[in-house]
Design a protein around this ligand. Sequence first.
Ligand code: SF4
Ligand code: SF4
Length: 447
Amino acid sequence: MFNFSKNTFKHGVHPPEHKDDTCTMKIKQFPFAPVMIIPMAQHLGAPSQVVVKEGQEVSRGQLIAKANGYMSVPIHAPVSGVIKKIGLVHTLSGNRCEGIYLEAFPFSGQEVPAGHGVDWRTSNQDEILAGVQQAGIVGLGGAAFPTHVKLKVPDGKKCEVLMLNGIECEPYLTTDHRVMLEQSSDIFMGIRYLLRSTQAERVIIGIEANKLDAAEHLQNNIPEGLPVEVKVVPVKYPQGAEKMLIKSVLDREVPSGGLPIDVGVVVVNIATCAEIGRLLPYGHGIQERVVTITGPGVKKKGNYLIPIGTPLRFALEEVGVADNISEVYMGGPMMGMSVSNLDISITKGTSGIVVFTEGETKKQGKPMACIKCGACVQACPMSLNPSRMGILAKHEAYQEMLDQEHIMDCFECGSCAYVCPSNIPLVQYFRQSKSSIRKQKLKANAH
Ligand code: SF4
Ligand code: SF4
């Protein structure tokens, strides 16, 4: 039987769950859109670099953009077709970036020709990391951080525990839940690669207590000799944040400004691990990902295997939406972002699409003045002071936010905004503040 942990992190919130709508729905293959729109900036780091020309025919799985440096990954054709146009495309952030419009051949198939596979038994650490980068793998939990960078244990540090994050604490999403139930052999194959590349001594799969079927399934299928342990933790948001997970499972605290490796841990999202196990043996690149499409505005809710580059508009047409939709979220409503333009596409970081209707909108009322109730301070899992940071953000006092309030420790979980009775959009303030601080830093470094 798996272990139950009573330990948990400080603070946090309990938003109402809506996982029952999709958690029993098996992953279904999504059809190809007539034209895929593939942005080059769909991971953290340098955008990928286009290597195809307009008018060129490509087959599914073919490299269409290469990694542009170490902190970057390549992109592979999600469907066989013709490169119709290379130009600017819209992104979730509201900005535009270079992208590829790929017109699908009618009746294009799902199969992908095999490339140069990486054998986990004979490959060394560097070969596995190179294989992960060549497959274009980034964190599928939503962060889209290049996985090969995350797996590189810095000199002088040691990875004792490889932590697989199967928490999925966003209240609407069930992609990881389904992946754990339906792709356990890929997960265990992925673990073999991850163990070799991190040199970890043991593996812990962390799962929230609302997914006991997944915990049981993985526990019952651990291959002999693989040092894997399944640990079930209490349900609380944001349990899926790396630092929270490490605290709950191992009772270790990652220092302010530090990384999990500072306490001997590397954390990898469970779906990312499954992707490594599925792609690396065959030398394939990532072409699709599992996405939960749900919310009160969706007619055919479910978990879908959707080709990367599928336009959001096409995805919503396929599942059918209500006439009175009011808001669309990419990712979950806690950490995801509200969509301002339906002409964006499903990217590697899209874990969910949540559609609200006018009657059941997620949007809070008009922001009012802070009443100093302290609810946000009580909710913050990082023990920050969101109320004070909110005031500083309004005055653009970024240096003070940085030096005195440790704004960079905020990982934008949204717990503070969720509990605020004055509807102050605290997390948006912090997102903007952090981005301004990063820009100022880049500017200062350039001089
Ligand atoms: S968004 Fe940031 S400040 Fe607000 S609760 Fe989460 S970590 Fe704390
Ligand atoms: S929860 Fe909102 S109203 Fe209460 S202290 Fe924090 S910012 Fe102010």
